[in-house]
Design a protein around this ligand. Structure first.
Ligand SMILES: [Zn+2]
Length: 104
């Protein structure tokens, strides 16, 4: 998955931003992320925005990637099986990032 690294302070962003929140720089280098990380927090959406009306319920999580960037995406599967700290990997990207649990 594609992200960026701030040339000013090194902060990582996925998806790319126009301006760095930390230092205000607008110069970035493109970086490629593996798409693996851990769930920081998550919520189950029962009342979605209109464009995702037929997809609810679904889980939206904040995932901290191994490289250190935080990204918001969906996690596929039964919300009952999710927990903070569980590992996920990227399954697909398009309108949104879709992750799945890494099962050991
Ligand atoms: Zn910066």
């Amino acid at each position: 998955m594609e992200g960026i690294k701030c040339r000013g302070c090194g902060r990582l962003y996925v998806p790319p931003m126009m301006t760095c929140i930390s230092c205000g720089s607008n110069e970035f280098d493109r970086v490629e992320f593996e798409g693996r990380g851990d769930i920081v927090t998550y919520t189950v959406i029962h009342v979605p925005p209109r464009e995702y009306k037929n997809e609810a319920p679904y889980t939206v999580a904040i995932i901290e990637l191994e490289e250190g960037a935080k990204v918001t995406g969906r996690v596929k599967g039964d919300p009952e099986k999710l927990a903070i700290g569980k590992s996920v990997k990227l399954l697909s990207e398009g309108k949104y990032y879709l992750f799945k649990l890494i099962t050991n």
